[in-house]
Design a protein around this ligand. Structure first.
Ligand code: CA
Length: 234
């Protein structure tokens, strides 16, 4: 899950990003409305955390524009107490939820989880493919009965693949959804994490491989045939 924090109070923005990254989200920050709008237009986010009182472009305008260009993108608005009443009207501009500052991080985090859960039409949180299972809310994954010990990037890759079974997923798509802008898309970072994920998935002897490399295109979740010992006897 990739989030964008649009907040001009740098201390708050950095604290939010740090807390959210610790929970496994990829997080980008924009410090004014215009920069936020530009990032939201070029990157694919799952949720925006949007302050309303912003330089360069007002938060409400960002909200309106995003609603038009990306109707399904979740928006959580942050507003100062003094502005709360007038700004709640801003929900009419298409925000999905709002929080009044100051707030506790734990509450923000719970609201974010609730919004992402509510968004279940497209993202059921229990994902399964064969004997691979993943709970996106609890952030745990299993192969069969074995719980997988995954890093947050490995988890993100696996979640993305499980949401697109059978589709070829490019490295760029994975960078868009699993990494934030701290990632350097020129590095082979996706491949490195993919390799370690594969090792963790497939370290049971005699089980099928699930992540196929599609040459010069990307990766596909599917059963990669291993010789079946039963068949080879026939
Ligand atoms: Ca502000």
């Amino acid at each position: 899950m990739r989030l964008l924090v649009i907040e001009d109070e740098a201390d708050l923005a950095l604290a939010l990003a740090k807390g959210l990254r610790r929970q496994g989200y990829a997080v980008d920050i924009a410090y004014d409305g215009l920069a936020g709008w530009e990032l939201a237009s070029v990157n694919e986010y799952d949720l925006l955390i949007l302050d309303l009182n912003l330089p360069e472009m007002d938060g409400l305008e960002v909200c309106q524009r995003v609603r038009i260009s990306q109707p399904a993108l979740l928006i959580l608005v942050l507003t100062a107490r003094s502005q709360a009443e007038e700004r709640v009207a801003g929900l009419d501009q298409g925000a999905d939820d709002y929080m009044v500052k100051p707030f506790h991080f734990a509450e923000l985090s719970a609201r974010i989880r609730a919004l992402l859960r509510r968004d279940m039409r497209v993202r059921a949180h229990l994902l399964q493919y064969k004997d691979l299972k993943l709970d996106a809310n609890a952030r745990v994954a299993w192969r069969g009965n074995r719980r997988l010990e995954l890093t947050s990037k490995e988890f993100g890759i696996l979640e993305y693949l499980l949401r697109h079974p059978g589709e070829v997923v490019s490295q760029e798509q994975l960078l868009e959804h699993v990494w934030d802008m701290q990632a350097n898309p020129l590095t082979n970072t996706v491949r490195v994490h993919m390799n370690s994920l594969r090792r963790k998935l497939e370290d049971i002897a005699d089980t099928a491989c699930y992540i196929e490399t599609v040459v010069s295109q990307g990766y596909r979740l599917g059963v990669v045939a291993l010789p079946d010992p039963q068949e080879s006897l026939l």
